[in-house]
Design a protein around this ligand. Sequence first.
Ligand code: SF4
Length: 244
Amino acid sequence: MSASPTRRTPIAAPTAAPRIEPDTPPPWTPSELIAILDREYGRAPAQRSNAPVTELVLTLLSQHTSDHNSGRAMHRLLERFPTWDAVLEADPADIEDAIRPGGLAPTKSKRLLALLAEVRARAPDWDLAMLRRMPLEEAKRWLTTLPGVGPKTAACVLLFALGRPALPVDTHVERVAKRLGLVPPRTPADRAHELLEAQLAPSEVYAFHVDLIQHGRRTCHARGPTCDACPLATRCPRVGLPPR
Ligand code: SF4
């Protein structure tokens, strides 16, 4: 009987030696960030406007313009029309004229009227205090189903007008959070919003929002962040920036 061919144990292809990463410090936690950035920039205490419809309108007017210009547009609107009902009953050309300093007046005036009409249909007395008592996710849904209202606007209204722990993620918050490795670099803004909010205790939301905006404006600029002067540099992975 001939011997059966010897089966050879397949030899595994050599694998690359595991790469030994240099010790990477853990990313900053939200509470550490807040403590450091509060020390660095100081932080004004939260001032609640208690005026959710005003906050909605202001956020709409602030799209694609500076705070100064949207503030002027808002001021002129309130000066000419003493109530939201008066805005809805006005000649649309007058609304457009009032908000012109905020830019994109033809578009924004149409959006404003559609928004106010829907708010009045749902809350004829313009009282949105029920958003204070609703579960947070329900309050967000109530707002984001208004025409032209996305997660950022909804979060602004909930946080600044109603004191709810919803996190607005603007361009500064998103950029700084990604560079610090708090969210993956290619995360879309809406998802970044969810991921960041989930990392925060309710009591941290306002401080985190305000501090990251300060940091984005004053140090972690979109172009040319001043990492050498940054109080977070020792544990910042600088995601998306060239190696130093
Ligand atoms: S080290 Fe640079 S990239 Fe990191 S947070 Fe500071 S300024 Fe931004």
